[in-house]
Design a protein around this ligand. Structure first.
Ligand code: HEC
Length: 126
């Protein structure tokens, strides 16, 4: 019986630990593999994203943009970013107006309310 109580206690502790981890991992957790968010943060596989809302596409000093982003003329607003984090491969065609445009960033499949959560986070980076 004593063991059962200990085991239940350990399980409860484990579960509350998991809940905390989930709450701390924000909507941007998936992006962190390739992007940093703080001012002056280094570029990784993708460019630093500080101040991205309201910035012109491809305007950081990241040296590895695709031609589509490097020559991009649009300004990132919330709607464009939501389309981007859901399906960058098709968004790049709409953004550039070129049906053959490609991007190096794979689809993140953050769509709908998940996209809105990511973009709400990006809006705080200023
Ligand atoms: C596997 C790596 C990877 C992941 C994960 C990733 N990105 Fe990217 N991202 C890139 C790369 C590479 C580029 C540059 C694409 C290009 O030049 O075509 C990019 C470009 C961008 C841009 C355009 C930046 C600019 O300067 O115009 C935004 C915005 C962006 N990513 C947001 C996100 C967000 C938000 C997430 C998470 C939901 C995310 N990315 C996840 C690799 C990634």
């Amino acid at each position: 019986m004593k063991n059962l109580i200990i085991a239940t206690g350990a399980l409860a502790m484990l579960m509350s630990g998991l809940a905390v981890t989930e709450a701390v991992a924000g909507p941007e957790s998936k992006c962190k593999a390739c992007h940093t968010f703080e001012k002056g943060g280094k570029h990784k596989t993708g460019p630093n994203l500080f101040g991205i809302v309201g910035a012109k596409a491809g305007s950081t000093d990241f040296g590895k943009y695709s031609p589509s982003l490097k020559d991009g003329t649009w300004v990132w607003d919330e709607a464009k970013l939501e389309a981007w984090v859901c399906d960058s491969k098709s968004a790049i065609k709409d953004l550039t107006g070129d049906a053959h445009a490609k991007t190096k960033m794979g689809n993140q499949k953050k769509c709908g309310s998940e996209a809105a959560d990511v973009v709400a986070f990006l809006s705080t980076l200023k």
